[in-house]
Design a protein around this ligand. Structure first.
Ligand SMILES: [Fe+2]
Length: 556
C-alpha cells in the first residue's frame, strides 16, 4: 500500500505538497489558485487540489506534516479546515465555528499529525531532493522562521543533524530585506530587484557603511549580532508585508550614495558574510557536497560566488528555496523520518502543479468564443513565430513550482536583439528596466554559451557568459556579463526542448528569453483562464495553450 504524506505551510507563500512513497506528486502555492501574490492564509484550495490530483481523500493520508511548531496554536482557521477532533484540538480554537459552506476535512484518527520546524523543513527540501547519499553540508538561511534565521546541518545516511542555529540577531535575510525596503520594494518579494540593480552600482568608498546593521560572522560563527527590533507584520489583501526599522537608516544612505551603489554594497556584504559561514563549515565537515535552501539562497549571485569558490564538487540549491518550498520539505522530512527508505532520490524537475488537457482547453476557448487553431506541431509553429520576432505566451503541461518559469508557464521572445528586453518590459511585464531576463537553452547548447557551468535546470544560479557568444544573445546577458540559465533536457520537457531546438534550427541560436507568465505584481498564471486574461491584458502577440494557438487578430 502506498504511503501518503501531506506537507502544509501556512504563512508567507502558504503552500501544500503531497508526497507518495517518497516522491513529490503534487505541490502548489496557494497564491496561484487565489491570484494573490505571496498569499499567507490557510491554503485550503491547495489542499483540495493536491488530494484531487492524486485521486485520494483525506482518509488515505498517513501523515500530515505541518510546518512550524506554532501553526496549530496560531492558525485557528487552518485548524478548523483540517477538522481536528476534540482530543487533538487546541481548546483556544474551540469557539471558532466556520460557516457551513467552508469545507472541513475531518482528518481520520489514523492520520498522524506532526510538526516540522521551519528551518528543518527548508533543510529537508534541499537534502531529500539532492540525491546525495554520502555526507554533505546543508545550510538554510532566510529572514526568520521559528525564531531561527540561519542554520547549519549535516546530511548523512538519510538523516539531518543540526550543527548550529542562529536567531534573529544573525539574520542576513533581514539585513538584505531592510535594504530592499529602503529601495521601495516589498520585503520577501523585492530582494531579486535589489540583486538585479546591484551590478549597475559601484562599491568604491562604501566599505563599512552597513557595519551598524549587518550581523558579522567569522570562521562560520556569529561574532557580532544586530538587534533588528520586532518587525511589523502588515496584513494586506491576503499577504504579509513587513516593516524593518533599519530600512529608515538605509533610506538615509540611499540619499547619500545613490540607489545602485547601495544595492551593490548590500549584495557584496551579503555574499561576503555568507561565504564566511559556508566555506569554514565545508572545511570543518570535510565535504565538497553542499545543499541549501531558505529565501537567502534565491540570491543567484550568491550561489554563483559559492560555486566559484572552487570548494565544491556538487552544489544543490533547492529551486523553490523560499517559504513556498516548505510544504515539500516538511512532507519529505516526515516521509524519510518514518520509513526505512534507503537512498535519497534526486529530483530532475519541479513540474508538480496542475495540468490541463487539450479537450479542457478547447472547451474553455469555445465557451469564450475565442478564435483558435489546433496545431499538429505546436513547437515548430511557435518556433517560426518567435523567429519572426513575435512575443509568445507558452502554456503547457504541469505548472512549475517555485518563482521561475521553466517552460510550462512562460512568456518567450527572441534573445538575439538587445531591444527585445525593453519590448517585453514595455508591452508585457511592465517592470523595472534594470532587471535581467533569463535564457532557456537545450543541454546540447549549454557549452556554447556558459563558462564553468554545471547542469542547472532552475534559473537558481548564474554563470558567466562565454565571451565569444555573449554578443549573440544580448537580451539575456546581464550588465555583469552573467546569465541565469534554465538548461533543458529532452527527457524532462520534450515539448519545450523541441521548441528551443527548432528555434535553433531556424535561427542558428537555440536560446530563448524566458520570463514568467504573469504581469508584475501578480502570481504566475496557473489555469488556461488565467493565461487568457493575462494574454489579453498585455501586448503578447500569440498564445500557445496546449496544442491550440491563439492570436490577437484571430488569424493564426
Ligand atoms: Fe523561511
Amino acid at each position: 500500500m502506498s504511503m501518503y504524506v501531506l506537507g502544509i505551510h501556512v504563512g508567507h507563500d502558504s503552500n501544500v505538497a503531497l508526497v507518495k512513497d517518497g516522491i513529490v506528486v503534487a505541490d502548489i502555492a496557494e497564491e496561484r489558485l487565489r491570484g494573490v501574490k505571496h498569499f499567507s492564509e490557510t491554503p485550503s484550495l491547495g489542499l483540495e487540489w493536491c488530494l484531487r490530483e492524486a485521486g485520494i481523500s483525506m482518509e488515505d493520508v498517513d501523515i500530515i506534516a505541518v510546518v512550524s511548531l506554532d501553526t496549530l496554536n496560531s492558525q485557528p482557521y487552518f485548524v478548523k479546515t483540517l477538522g481536528l477532533d476534540k482530543e487533538r484540538l487546541n481548546p483556544k480554537h474551540a469557539y471558532i465555528e466556520p460557516p457551513t459552506y467552508i469545507k472541513s476535512y475531518q482528518i481520520s484518527k489514523g492520520t498522524e499529525l506532526v510538526h516540522v520546524d521551519h528551518h528543518l523543513a527548508h533543510a529537508a527540501s534541499a537534502y531529500f531532493t539532492s540525491g546525495y547519499n554520502d555526507k554533505c553540508l546543508i545550510i538554510t538561511a532566510d529572514g526568520i522562521g521559528d525564531s531561527v534565521s540561519l542554520a547549519v546541518w549535516r546530511g548523512e545516511d538519510g538523516g539531518i543533524e543540526p550543527l548550529m542555529k542562529v536567531g534573529a540577531e544573525g539574520s542576513l535575510g533581514w539585513f538584505y530585506g531592510a535594504v530592499t525596503e529602503a529601495l521601495g520594494w516589498w520585503v520577501g518579494d523585492g530582494e531579486g530587484k535589489t540583486m538585479g540593480l546591484a551590478p549597475y552600482g559601484n562599491t568604491k568608498g562604501m566599505e563599512g557603511i552597513f557595519d551598524s546593521i549587518i550581523p558579522h560572522y567569522e570562521n562560520g560563527r556569529l561574532i557580532k549580532g544586530h538587534n533588528f527590533g520586532d518587525p511589523c507584520y502588515w496584513q494586506s489583501g491576503g499577504s504579509f508585508h513587513w516593516h524593518l526599522r533599519d530600512s529608515e537608516y538605509v533610506k538615509g544612505l540611499v540619499d547619500k550614495y545613490g540607489r545602485e551603489n547601495i544595492a551593490a554594497e548590500a549584495q557584496w556584504a551579503l555574499e561576503e558574510e555568507m561565504l564566511k559561514i559556508i566555506l569554514p563549515w565545508l572545511e570543518r565537515e570535510g565535504v565538497n557536497k553542499f545543499c541549501c535552501s531558505g529565501g537567502v539562497f534565491l540570491n543567484i549571485k550568491l550561489n554563483q560566488r559559492v560555486w566559484e569558490s572552487k570548494r565544491l564538487d556538487h552544489q544543490h540549491i533547492f529551486p523553490n528555496a523560499g517559504d513556498g518550498g516548505l510544504g515539500v520539505g516538511a512532507a519529505l522530512y516526515a516521509y524519510y523520518h518514518t520509513t526505512s527508505e534507503e537512498g535519497i532520490k534526486p529530483i530532475s524537475h519541479i513540474y508538480w502543479g496542475p495540468a490541463y488537457l487539450n479537450h479542457e482547453i478547447e472547451e474553455i476557448l469555445k465557451a469564450r468564443n475565442i478564435p483558435h487553431r489546433f496545431c499538429d506541431d505546436i513547437s515548430l509553429k511557435c518556433a517560426q513565430l518567435l523567429a519572426a520576432g513575435k512575443i509568445l505566451g507558452w502554456f503547457q503541461g504541469r505548472m512549475e513550482s517555485g518563482p521561475r518559469a521553466l517552460g510550462n508557464r512562460s512568456i518567450l521572445i527572441d534573445p538575439r536583439k538587445a531591444e527585445n528586453k525593453d519590448i517585453i518590459n514595455k508591452r508585457v511585464k511592465f517592470r523595472e528596466p534594470f532587471r535581467p531576463f533569463c535564457p532557456s537553452l537545450p543541454l546540447e547548447a549549454a557549452d556554447k554559451y556558459l563558462e564553468n557551468w554545471r547542469m542547472e535546470r532552475y534559473m537558481i544560479t548564474s554563470f558567466n557568459g562565454k565571451e565569444e557568444t555573449r554578443g549573440e544573445i544580448p537580451a539575456v546577458v546581464h550588465v555583469d556579463k552573467t546569465l541565469r540559465p534554465q538548461i533543458v533536457e529532452r527527457s524532462e520537457n520534450e515539448k519545450f526542448w523541441s521548441l528551443l531546438t527548432e528555434f535553433g534550427e531556424l535561427t542558428g541560436t537555440p536560446v530563448l528569453l524566458n520570463t514568467s507568465f504573469n504581469i508584475k505584481g501578480e502570481p504566475i498564471v496557473c489555469s488556461p483562464r488565467d493565461a487568457i486574461r493575462c494574454f489579453y491584458d498585455t501586448g503578447m502577440d500569440y498564445l500557445a495553450l496546449g496544442d491550440f494557438l491563439i492570436s490577437k487578430d484571430g488569424r493564426c
